[in-house]
Design a protein around this ligand. Structure first.
Ligand code: NAP
Length: 309
């Protein structure tokens, strides 16, 4: 594989940052990888795992002379990172992020970005419920979508370089406007996580079912919700706070549809219930056909798409 960037700075080295580090090293995409993170403990762990070539506690220092800067921190921390790195960006540097919400990240970062740099917001649709530098693994982004939400007038060469970077990691790249991204993600990712957090919380609050029964019988549907509900609380708190409008809109629609289902159950309207359950099955089939999951009966358990050893 050919070197694509002389120096890459990874700001934030949790699940996403460390997965990027593994791939950059594995594929030889940079001559020099500089890593920075908020805490001394995480930085030390990144060094123990040999995720980069150099390590610093200063984001400004990491960004200095880097050709590509990838910000992988909870979305609520985007502005402070942008403010910190703004003064040390070199002419032509590409700054991107991986945040799960886009309009808010742009609002936080863009005002700090100097005209000499190219800011291209991005979001890889890949992840697990794990967090921290030990959670990353090579190949996380393979076969997954990475969505760019470029600002008007973005430099075409910079865009092409970043696209090529993600494609080398095995991702498929799409572009859309940030508001549309936030709406789509609200339904395909944010709402499912919120529902999972809520259902697991409800089970936890139930007084008539003991905690041991919840765990003992969890194979019957609950188990798959617990995986989502084990996701990083900081990351998901920030997603809720920074995609508020789209999430509230989707939650309102969800509540309406749930009320419809509730009524159908109350009135014994089997046809309505069957029609809905049958319709939703085809969505699952389409996801498998699109290569975004495999048709294994043990949904949620390790299978061909889970590349982590
Ligand atoms: P993570 O594993 O929890 O790692 C978070 C990283 O950000 C750590 O290096 C952490 O530093 C740093 N950090 C945390 N709070 C910070 C703050 N207030 N200021 C500066 N740095 C801070 O998170 P992740 O899963 O990699 O997620 C990173 C980003 O990727 C998020 O924006 C998330 O929305 C997005 N994303 C996540 C997934 C997923 O499935 N997890 C998928 C796609 C996109 P310390 O450990 O040193 O404190």
């Amino acid at each position: 594989m050919t070197v694509q960037f002389d120096r890459i700075a990874l700001i934030g080295i949790g699940l996403i940052g460390s997965s990027l580090a593994h791939d950059i090293k594995r594929l030889g995409l940079a001559k020099d990888v500089v890593i920075t993170t908020r805490s001394a403990e995480t930085l030390k762990r990144a060094e123990e795992l040999q995720l980069g070539d150099r390590y610093t506690s200063s984001a400004a220092e990491a960004a200095r002379d880097a050709d590509l800067i990838i910000v992988s921190v909870p979305v609520g921390a985007s502005e402070s990172v942008a403010r910190e790195i703004a003064g040390s960006l070199k002419p032509g540097a590409i700054v991107t992020d991986v945040g799960s919400t886009k309009a808010s990240v742009i609002a936080q970062m863009q005002p700090h970005m100097p005209a000499l740099a190219h800011f291209i917001p991005g979001h890889p649709l890949a992840g697990t419920e794990k967090s921290g530098p030990d959670a990353g693994f090579p190949g996380l982004f393979e076969g997954r979508w990475c969505i760019f939400t470029p600002l008007a007038g973005t430099d075409e060469t910079a865009l092409r370089r970043l696209r090529s970077f993600w494609e080398t990691l095995g991702s498929k790249v799409d572009e859309m406007d940030p508001e549309h991204h936030d709406k789509v993600l609200a339904i395909v990712s944010h709402l499912p996580h919120i529902i999972a957090y809520n259902i697991v919380g409800t089970a936890d609050d139930l007084e008539t079912v003991t905690e041991s029964e919840v765990i003992k019988y969890s194979a019957s549907g609950f188990r798959d919700f617990t995986r989502l509900a084990a996701s990083d609380p900081t990351m998901w708190r920030d997603v809720c706070l920074h995609n508020k409008d789209a999430i509230l809109e989707m939650l309102a629609r969800f509540s309406e549809d749930l009320a419809y289902l509730q009524r159908a159950i109350r009135w014994g309207e089997g046809d309505k219930i069957f029609e809905l359950f049958n319709r939703t099955r085809t969505i699952r089939r389409s996801i498998v056909q699109a290569g975004q999951d495999v048709d294994a009966p043990d949904f949620g358990r390790p299978h061909a798409l889970d590349k982590k050893p």
